[in-house]
Design a protein around this ligand. Structure first.
Ligand code: GLV
Length: 352
């Protein structure tokens, strides 16, 4: 069952290949082996299937099982993976010296062992920029949803709790004159801050890898300590990369420092939050609302205590899930693989 789910395209169309490359048929045995752990968005998939690759692709609507990945990667020159695939030392070593490029259909890369990739001369590619708008839109959606009690509202309508109009029912918070705290002011963080300014945010505190003076005037922004950001912000939004420095940075101490009226949103990685501490903070009413697009683990088990909290809106990691973004992400992965197997610099390379 597992074996038959891997689509193998080892015999590309003879006529096309001869016309394109003047290959003799024996050259087909040398088509570079490329592993793809999942089917790509439609147009990118169609293109991938036309490339002269010995393509090993998991065709099921599920993650490529680890044992299949460990087997298929042997002798591969390229790998197209997802953020849900753990590309660790075992996978990189199983590939052997043939592996030239790993490219992920994501901007996040915490699932890839960069040190081993570097040691083994494997280039790593990703899909920055193209998903910035999609992810920023969804982050704003979560911020609004958490601030305006959207989950409680939808539940009330669906469960027949919508009664007469009530002045004190489901009142949330607005944005005018408020302070936004951005944890991570990279491409996505900046796009979120710009969008929230349009809702009336008057001041932005940010904490991240480096100060960005060029943003100070347009966003009324100030590079702040993590503590200042926690204590002074009305909206605290995590858009940072997951690194040893940011791992579980949102712990009980951090939640305790936030205003009781604060809205906390995470569209970065579940691992930047110590999730049991977030549950405790919600149990103790330390926060007004929470919006999450990422959790630990993913998928979130349906018995998670997070789901019991009406003021915690959770989406299933769909930040970049627009047709537009995902198609281009697929194309970028193919461009990266093509460059990588030819020993060229990847067009969308992660510097590591
Ligand atoms: C999504 O989380 C991504 O890293 O692209």
């Amino acid at each position: 069952m597992l074996r038959s789910s891997v689509l193998s395209l080892t015999r590309p169309r003879l006529a096309t290949a001869i016309a394109r490359h003047g290959f003799h048929s024996t050259a087909f045995a040398m088509a570079p082996k490329v592993v793809a752990t999942r089917v790509l968005p439609a147009n990118a998939q169609a293109r991938l299937e036309k490339e002269n690759f010995d393509l090993k692709q998991w065709k099921e609507d599920s993650s490529m099982p680890r044992e299949t990945l460990l087997k298929e990667i042997q002798g591969a020159e390229g790998l197209i993976c997802l953020l849900s695939d753990k590309i660790d030392k075992d996978v990189l070593e199983a590939a052997g010296p043939s592996l030239k490029v790993v490219t992920t259909l994501s901007v996040g890369y915490d699932h890839i062992d960069l040190a081993t990739a570097k040691k083994n001369n494997v280039q790593v590619g990703y899909t920055p920029d193209v998903l910035t708008d999609a992810t920023a839109d969804l982050t704003v959606l979560l911020t609004l949803a958490a601030a305006r009690k959207m989950k409680q509202g939808i539940r009330a309508v669906e469960q027949g709790e919508w009664r007469e109009w009530r002045p004190n029912w489901l009142c949330g918070y607005q944005f005018a004159g408020k302070t936004l705290g951005m944890v991570g002011m990279g491409r996505i963080g900046e796009a979120v801050a710009r969008r929230l300014r349009a809702f009336g945010i008057s001041r932005t505190l940010y904490w991240g890898r480096r100060e960005k003076p060029e943003l100070h005037e347009p966003l009324q922004a100030e590079f702040a300590s993590f503590d200042k950001l926690l204590t002074e912000s009305d909206y605290i939004v995590a858009c940072c990369a997951m690194t040893p420095e940011t791992k579980e940075i949102f712990n009980y101490d951090a939640f305790k420092k936030m205003k009781r009226s604060a809205i906390f949103v995470n569209s970065a990685r579940g691992g930047v939050v110590k999730q049991d501490d977030l549950i405790r903070a919600l149990d103790e009413d330390l926060l007004a609302g929470v919006g999450l697009d990422v959790t630990t683990p993913e998928p979130l088990p349906t018995n998670s205590a997070l789901l019991k909290h009406d003021n915690c809106v959770i989406l299933p990691h769909i930040g970049s899930a627009t047709i537009e973004a995902r198609e281009v992400m697929g194309e970028m992965c193919i461009d990266n693989v093509l460059a990588g197997i030819q020993g060229k610099q990847l067009p969308f390379a992660l510097k590591h």
